[in-house]
Design a protein around this ligand. Structure first.
Ligand code: AMP
Ligand code: FE
Ligand code: FE
Ligand code: ZN
Length: 285
């Protein structure tokens, strides 16, 4: 069983539509794929409609959180997408992304970059707008060669010249909301240092005590030493260990299934979840 529990579509900052994502997941030989767009569930219906036979879909989302000024991401799996409290928080974060992206466009214009909100909005389409869309605009304008090159202090990195904060949820509140919606909470790429400051282990321990289910250990932004350290931490804290690609289509270089989750861990996630079940592929359209 090959299980990839973290993927993005055009519902946020990925480049595959939800239908393309599930087709590509099947073609990549996956048995289970999770759709975890940033702060939104809007890709679910299309992904379910196109789900190939033999591939199961885990519905999820990646929630933007912040603790002590440090941004972090919380993966939420198999929650009830209509549960009102989590839905309201998701919408708050997602909606705040629009004025925030407009603020980044204004800062770029002040720096003489001829980017427009119309350009960024076109790139984002109907997905939750984020820095990768602004980064794609900078690539189109020839300001930087690649999306990754836009994540520097000169441009979009946390605290960078054109970085603007958005509303982000306290992770303890996120855990409470995810559980309240019947979901399972996994701290995404907890030691991805290239994205900025990372959360101390003491805070992860507090989250574990507050009901965090697991941490994403096998992730392309974690080197071998980091993975070993995180595995040890998960063992001490009784947390599940997941692995995933964090696939973003052509916006990043990582492939579907680049890292995978142990089938036993996947089984435990599905047992803990009460908000939704994995969707079995019926053949799609
Ligand atoms: P946002 O949620 O709008 O603040 O954008 C965060 C997203 O930007 C992440 O989910 C990644 O897709 C991307 N990202 C963050 N840091 C980096 C980085 N250092 N290099 C490339 N992409 C990044
Ligand atoms: Fe992303
Ligand atoms: Fe993330
Ligand atoms: Zn992600």
């Amino acid at each position: 069983m090959r299980i990839d529990l973290h993927c993005h579509s055009t519902a946020s900052d990925g480049t595959d539509s939800p239908a393309e994502l599930v087709r590509n997941a099947a073609a990549a030989g996956l048995d289970v794929v999770a759709l975890t767009d940033h702060d939104t569930t809007r890709g679910y219906a299309e992904a379910i409609g196109a789900l190939p036979k033999g591939l199961a879909l885990v519905t999820g989302a990646e929630l933007s959180c912040r603790i002590d000024g440090i941004s972090m991401h919380m993966l939420a799996y198999l929650f009830d997408p209509e549960e009102p409290a989590l839905l309201a928080e998701r919408e708050l974060v997602r909606d705040d992304r629009v004025p925030r992206a407009q603020g980044m466009v204004a800062r770029l214009q002040e720096l003489g970059v001829p980017v427009t909100w119309e350009q960024v909005a076109r790139i984002a389409g109907d997905g939750s707008v984020g820095r990768p869309h602004v980064a794609t605009a900078l690539v189109e304008l020839g300001v930087v060669p690649t999306v990754d090159d836009a994540f520097t202090p000169d441009w979009l990195a946390d605290g960078g010249r054109v970085f603007v904060e958005k509303h982000e949820t306290d992770p303890f509140e996120a855990i409470r909301l995810i559980k309240g919606a019947g979901g399972v909470a996994v701290f995404a790429h907890p030691a991805a240092a290239k994205r900025g400051r990372t959360v101390p282990e003491s805070a992860i321990a507090e989250m574990a005590a507050a009901g965090l289910d697991g941490i994403e250990v096998d992730h392309t932004d974690h080197d071998a030493d980091t993975r070993a350290r995180l595995r040890g931490l998960a063992g001490e804290l009784g947390l599940l260990v997941t692995g995933s690609s964090d696939y973003h289509g052509s916006r990043k270089t990582v492939s579907l299934g680049a890292n995978t989750t142990d089938p036993e861990v996947y089984g435990e996630i599905t047992r803990r979840a009460t908000g939704a079940f994995p969707v079995p592929g019926a053949g799609g359209v």
